[in-house]
Write a protein that binds this ligand. Structure first.
Ligand code: PLP
Length: 370
């Protein structure tokens, strides 16, 4: 049996280990302090925003954005039906309700026409929309038209950019910077990882300050016990921040590797039974390499014979058991159904060697559905 090719694994290098060792030897308090602040400044510099706020993970960063915007019981928020469940669960946990909406292809963004339709069907205007930037891409439609529509309707745009660090809109603005806030994740299968971690970017000073306070038990500032509002302990650790900072130093190199590997796959895979979903490599750093096939189960079995690990793309969210009692549970959203039934993530981590990519290409090109 050939050595396994994992769908994802973290790319931790000597420089990262050295940085963590140095931090531990420095006598730092491990908990959130100067390194986390340094990371906030580096993330906001990378994305050209006024600031950023770091959280323990990308789910809590979404939750904190919603809480800081006073979204909760009695409110509704539109969520694309193709996304990681955290996008919707963060909404539900505030007490607000989720309204599902179909996506467009091939970008897998929320579909602008379905969005307008959904808004028109509602008795009450949704408070916000979660714009999930799938795989680091930008939408097929002009983002400014979407934003103008939302502004006119009084709907706040929150970008769930968990998969998009290192990716840009066509005008060169970093993904996550068009909404009132954007949220990244540093979980294991992300371009930069500390196992867990999240970051909010924003150009809204009031929101930044509310996020900081909410993260720190609603305190006025650190080191005292004066609470101006209710908050939680959503602080990060300087230990993890050190690891993220070290990787952030080479984000451009990481992005280049991910793009180079995608290009090789995209250009070399030729089969009537499957295709690789496209990405614009000038602007997008593909998070995962997405394959579409009507023969998914058969392909998974085939690839497993080559010891090539894959992962099914997200199932339709409205049909998950968690949403059994949701009013849209029985609806079929055409495009999210298509991706959820036919989408497969190939090995996508930055440590993939050329010979491994060639193994994947060969396995895909020789595949015959059984
Ligand atoms: C689109 C999206 N939103 C939210 C999350 C949740 O982030 P985390 O795992 O850091 O909580 C993820 C994680 O993969 C994601 O892909």
């Amino acid at each position: 049996m050939k050595t396994p090719i994992n769908q994802y694994e973290p790319d931790i290098r000597e420089a990262d280990i050295k940085a963590v060792n140095e931090y531990l030897r420095s006598g730092g308090y491990i908990t959130e302090f100067k390194k986390t602040r340094e990371l906030e400044k580096s993330i906001s510099k990378h994305c050209s925003t006024i600031d950023s706020v770091i959280f323990p993970n990308g789910t809590l960063s979404l939750f904190a954005i919603l809480k800081s915007l006073n979204i909760g019981r009695g409110d509704t928020v539109v969520v694309p039906n193709y996304t990681m469940a955290a996008t919707a669960f963060a909404v539900i946990e505030t007490g607000a309700e989720v309204i599902f909406c179909d996506i467009e292809l091939p970008s897998c963004y929320i579909c602008f026409d379905s969005f307008k339709e959904v808004i028109n069907q509602q008795k009450k205007k949704p408070k916000a929309v979660m714009l999930m930037n799938a795989n680091g891409r930008y939408p097929n439609y002009e983002i400014n038209n979407f934003l103008s529509f939302c502004t006119k309707e009084g709907i706040k745009v929150i970008e769930d950019s968990a998969q998009s660090l290192g990716s840009y809109y066509q005008d060169g603005r970093h993904i996550g910077t068009y909404g009132i806030a954007g949220s990244f994740s540093f979980s294991m299968p992300k371009i930069i990882t500390a196992g867990q971690g999240g970051a909010v970017i924003s150009n809204d000073e009031v929101l930044i300050s509310r996020l900081r306070s909410y993260r720190d038990f609603g305190r006025l500032s650190g080191g005292n016990d004066v609470h101006k509002e209710i908050g939680l302990n959503l602080k990060y650790t300087d230990l993890q921040a050190t690891l993220v900072l070290s990787q952030l130093n080479r984000i451009n190199q990481l992005a280049e590797i991910k793009k180079r590997n995608f290009k090789l796959l995209f250009e070399s895979v030729k089969s009537e039974h499957l295709y690789i979903n496209k990405n614009d490599l000038i602007h997008t750093t593909p998070w995962f390499y997405e394959l579409i096939t009507p023969h998914r189960e058969s392909l998974i079995n085939w690839l497993s014979k080559y010891n090539i690990k894959t992962r099914k793309m997200y199932p339709e969210l409205n049909r998950q058991r968690a949403f059994t009692n949701h009013p849209q549970n029985a609806i079929e959203f055409k495009n999210s159904n298509f991706i959820s039934s036919n989408g497969l993530w190939l090995p996508s981590h930055p440590k993939l060697e050329e010979n491994e990519i060639n193994r994947i290409i060969e396995a895909l090109n020789t595949f015959r559905p059984s």
